[in-house]
Ligand binder design. Sequence first.
Ligand code: UT7
Length: 377
Amino acid sequence: MLNSVAPGRYAHVVGWGSAVPERVLTNAEIESFVETNDAWIRERTGICERRIASPDDDTVSLGTRAARRALACADILPNQVDLIITATSTPARFFPATANLIQDRLGATRAGAFDLLAACTGFIYGLGLAAAQIRTGAINTAVVIGTETLSRIVDWQDRNTCILFGDGAGAFVLTASEVPGGVLDVVLHSDGSGGDLLTCHTGMRSFWLEEEASRDAIHMSGREVFRFASRVMVTATEEVLERCGLEPEDVSLVVPHQANIRIIEAAARGLKLPMEQFAVNIERYGNTSTASIPLAFEEAMQAERVHSNDYVVLVGFGAGLTWGAAVIQWAARPTRAIQLRAILQESWYILARVRSLFLRFLRFIGALIFRKSDTER
Ligand code: UT7
């Protein structure tokens, strides 16, 4: 994907952040309303608990928090951002895009913003698009966000799916640099013939039908998705490594989509890599779809598992069917004293809120004036 690039121009990940709701839902709690048990869920999926968004939270608020943390980590103010890509399967609304609302809350007034839907592979798709835009010279700085409230599209009576999913958000900030490395390459794939294996209808209804459309939930053929996932985690990783002239043993860390610990174990076996080289946090968050890779990545960074010049692979799969992988060659950034910048950033977000309210107020006044002049005509 990143073959035609401007020479000497690289796209580096310079900031990362995440946000999860406070409320924890344990396996034991799920036992109380659906026929399942903690032992089965742990053994078959590796999940112990997940986070569930409060009624006040949505993909916009979670995504905004993750993006703010990533920008603070990057020491970049929102007015330096050129592009915001939000990957989500659970947008708060059909439109405007979640990315537009996040852009407003960040006060990223110069940035273009759009959502993309590639289900759980969405973060890799977003990363690939942002890196390509940077490497071709079209933009300098991008924020890629994965944000989900899957708890709102889960059928809590369906034990095949309700045990798996959780809510959360994660974000990366990418910038252009002359330092070789960063996002080296990304492979993206799709096979829509498998679209029915993991699906959630929109609930839209035809003008010609009388019955009300019912709100839909996630439907999944678990075993088939499992087989597909175990295969493509390996093939996508091998493909992207080959394009970079690398072998699996060159990789220091694999950050896989967190869907099932057995899928990650199968990928480790397929790539002949030890499980210690995989970032895993599924036990605490379950499957957070587009947020799972940046969430696991942030934990790996906190644990200081990534060092200068390390090769890191991000790999994911999901509904669509979609799958993809990225290779990042890590470059060390000097850590700056960002205390002052943090205060500046907080003030920036307050001003962004005031600006947004002011623009809404101006629109309201404008509409009143137009209505008055219309009635006088
Ligand atoms: O981001 C992508 C999202 N999706 C995925 O990655 C999902 C991929 N698939 C999976 O992770 C696994 O297929 C599941 C976790 C969904 C299911 O695990 P499995 O080992 O494939 O179970 P299974 O569907 O083959 O079912 C085995 C048994 C069945 O009982 P019988 O027919 O053998 O009597 C199920 O009814 O386990 C039963 N079962 C459960 N039992 C207790 C299924 N779900 C549960 C449950 N609790 N929650």
